[in-house]
Design a protein around this ligand. Structure first.
Ligand code: OSB
Ligand code: MG
Length: 391
């Protein structure tokens, strides 16, 4: 549907907030205790759309980090979108196409525009995206723990809460013994692991030995940017490989599927550059009969609400890494907080927009820097702040 997104005054604001995690989160590439998160706000025609940047504090998951995303948003992406004639959120990728890469920065901006557009149209965001599911199945991703005992305690808690799948972060030296302990105690739960690219081809025999644990999948065992060696490895394994880091867009998904580099695909909004590309990746997995699920990046409620909307698309068949706000934050920046039922499901909100209010006062309190850019109308964009200072 055509939207009247930017006919008159449009205001963009980028800001950084700091949020301590309730528990540190450790992966094969590092440990996070406090998140530095960029939010993008677009105000137009009486609605406010929000987007969240999933870049980490360090460029270790992808080449992006909070600071590079800030630079791209304020110097390149927001001015580009302000100066182009956007009549729907789906037009954002083209308006930003002069910038290579930087997909997490692009996603924060594009997703804010989708959020605004759904409010202007008065329909739920998930409906604008083409979603169909009313409830989405949820799993949890558990970081590397200091001891197996601690890990077992947490798993017990998450299973009691109803989560449908347990994913264990792993790396060389932090794998078989942990899987053995977990499988001995829980022979039948749906289990998976995520190596974040920490194994090498010389570890083939070790990775083959994971087959006895009957896991649903092993996520990104090899290099973050590889397809070919994953296809060789997949031939050697009974367990399905799921690719995360490797899949940047629809073309990557198609290449991975055709090369049989994986049998399952994790879709993350930030990693693929926003809702437009996420839908395209989703569609190709659906066409090819490859189960998809929605990944997580330790998001606040804004990114979380967008993950919920995306997860309502038909081929998000497997439980995602989208879970309750209370697992991450003492207090989320949305209300109500995201909650998960005893069956391990999130109900997709049946109201216009993202379906969760942003707690503006709390966001203001958490803000450590912000910048405004605005345009009076399509023809006369008027940058402010740093952009104006450079002009
Ligand atoms: O690989 O899925 C990943 C968190 C940060 C970076 C990468 C990953 C993750 C997670 C956490 O697994 C998922 C979540 O609970 O948000
Ligand atoms: Mg992953």
């Amino acid at each position: 549907p055509r939207s009247t997104l930017f006919p008159y005054t449009t205001l963009f604001r980028s800001r950084e907030i700091r949020m301590p995690l309730l528990q540190p989160f450790e992966t094969s590439f590092g440990r996070t205790t406090e998140r530095r998160i960029l939010l993008v706000e677009v105000e137009s025609e009486g609605v406010t759309g929000w987007g969240e940047c999933t870049a980490g504090e360090h460029p270790s998951f992808s080449g992006e980090c909070t600071d590079t995303a800030w630079l791209m948003l304020t110097n390149e992406l927001i001015p580009a979108v302000l100066h182009s004639e956007i009549d729907s959120a789906g037009a954002c990728p083209k308006a930003m196409s002069h910038v290579r890469g930087n997909r997490m920065a692009k996603a924060a901006l594009e997703n804010a525009v989708w959020d605004a557009e759904s409010q202007q149209l008065g329909i739920p965001l998930w409906e604008l995206l083409g979603g169909v599911r009313k409830k989405i199945p949820c799993g949890v991703s558990l970081g590397i723990q200091s001891s197996t005992e601690k890990l077992m305690e947490i798993i017990e808690q998450e299973l009691a809460a109803g989560y449908q799948r347990i994913k264990l972060k792993c790396k060389p030296g932090h794998d078989v013994l942990m899987f053995e302990a977990v499988r001995t105690r829980w022979p039948d739960i749906v289990l998976s692991c995520d190596a974040n690219g920490s194994y090498r081809l010389k570890d083939q025999e070790l990775l083959r030995s994971f087959d006895v644990f009957n896991m649903l999948m092993i996520e990104q065992p090899l290099w973050h940017n590889d397809f070919y060696f994953h296809s060789l490895l997949q031939r050697q394994l009974e367990t399905s490989i799921c690719l995360d880091e490797s899949i940047r867009n629809r073309r990557d998904a198609l290449a991975a599927i055709e090369m049989e580099s994986c049998r399952i695909i994790n879709i993350k909004l930030g990693r693929v550059g926003g809702f437009s590309e996420a839908i395209r990746v989703h569609n190709v997995t659906a066409e090819r009969g490859i189960p998809a699920w929605c990944g997580g990046m330790l998001e606040t409620g804004i990114g979380r609400s967008h993950n919920i909307a995306l997860s309502s698309l038909q081929n998000f068949i497997l439980p995602g890494d989208v879970s309750a706000s209370a697992r991450y934050w003492e207090e989320d920046i949305i209300e109500p907080a995201v909650e998960v039922s005893r069956k391990g499901e999130i109900s997709v909100p049946q109201v216009a927009g993202r379906g969760f209010e942003v707690k503006r006062e709390r966001v203001e309190k958490l803000t450590v820097r912000s910048e405004r850019l605005h345009a009076r109308n399509k023809a006369h964009a008027e940058p402010t702040g740093a952009i104006k200072a450079r002009a």
